[in-house]
Design a protein around this ligand. Structure first.
Ligand code: PXL
Length: 276
């Protein structure tokens, strides 16, 4: 049976994040991508837009699962992103009832960045997210999300001990692999740290002097695509980091494109890396 991945996250109609990134990126990797929209927003909630519409789709989840079970639909990979607290029990049920043997569960615990929770996420969200983390094969938090999951202070200046304690703390939540994003020990380098319970590995790229919204979703989507294409954890994490750098380079210098990354222009690069 061919791979079939299910990604569960919101549709932000405009703004280049979540499903409007995951669907094209993972499909471009050659992987069949099914979607379960968690909510529909007119645009994302990050700074820049003055407001947004929000339609919660939790109530559709049981009926959709019911249909899928009647149709005998199954998945060998799951990738979850921006979801609400109330959706986590449904997501766990969907995974347990539609998973094929040996399926892969990738959890991006989307909730926060730059030391702050995103609009609409309560302080009790990390506790619920830990249930999804516990049932995952890989988690992809940024440092802010890791600090909320672990209840440790968020720092912008840190050393290896801070990062490596985080990796070990996250692993202890029950996941099998941790990929911590946004790690930087030198001003001009940005990267990731991976931990599989045995060894810690790092990968760094050049640090571009901009911060663009939606790079986390581009990262996790490319990571999921690469992992399903058979790349190792570190290779997938590295390819995804290079893809994000390429996407940011394609976006730089266009002030009209302040809301997200032009990842489309970097898809040929991503595909060429996967074919190597
Ligand atoms: O990229 C994370 C994300 C996803 N979805 C919505 C968001 C954000 C971050 O702000 O607002 C709706």
């Amino acid at each position: 049976m061919d791979d079939r991945l299910l990604t569960i996250q919101d549709i932000s109609c405009v703004g280049q994040c979540s499903l409007t990134v995951a669907l094209p990126v993972i499909s471009a990797c050659g992987i069949e991508t099914a979607i379960l929209p968690s909510s529909v927003l007119s645009n994302h909630t990050a700074p820049g837009f003055s407001g947004w519409t929000f339609t919660d789709l939790t109530q559709d989840m049981p009926a959709i699962l019911d249909r899928w079970l009647k149709e005998k639909i199954s998945f060998n990979a799951f990738y979850t992103g921006y979801v609400s607290k109330a959706q986590i029990p449904y997501i766990l049920e969907i995974i347990s009832k539609t998973r094929r043997d040996g399926s892969l569960v990738i959890v991006d615990p989307v909730m926060a960045d730059n030391g702050k929770m995103y609009a609409g996420f309560g302080e009790d969200f990390p506790e619920e997210m830990k249930k999804l983390v516990k049932n995952s094969d890989v988690i992809l938090p940024n440092i802010t999300e890791a600090s909320f999951l672990l209840g440790v202070p968020y720092k912008t200046e840190y050393d290896r001990t801070y990062i490596e304690d985080m990796l070990k703390g996250l692993y202890a939540l029950g996941t099998k692999n941790v990929v911590l994003t946004g790690v930087s020990f030198e001003a001009d380098k940005l990267g990731i740290a991976c931990y599989d319970g045995k060894k810690i590995e790092y990968y760094f790229t050049e640090k571009l002097p901009v911060s663009v919204h939606g790079t986390g979703d581009a990262y996790s989507s490319a990571f999921a695509g690469a992992l399903l294409r058979g790349k190792s954890l570190l290779e997938s994490a590295s390819i995804a980091a290079d893809f994000v750098v390429e996407s940011i380079k394609k976006t730089q210098g266009d002030p009209d494109h302040w809301y997200g990354v032009k990842f489309e222009k970097a898809l040929p690069y991503l595909i060429s890396r996967l074919d190597k």
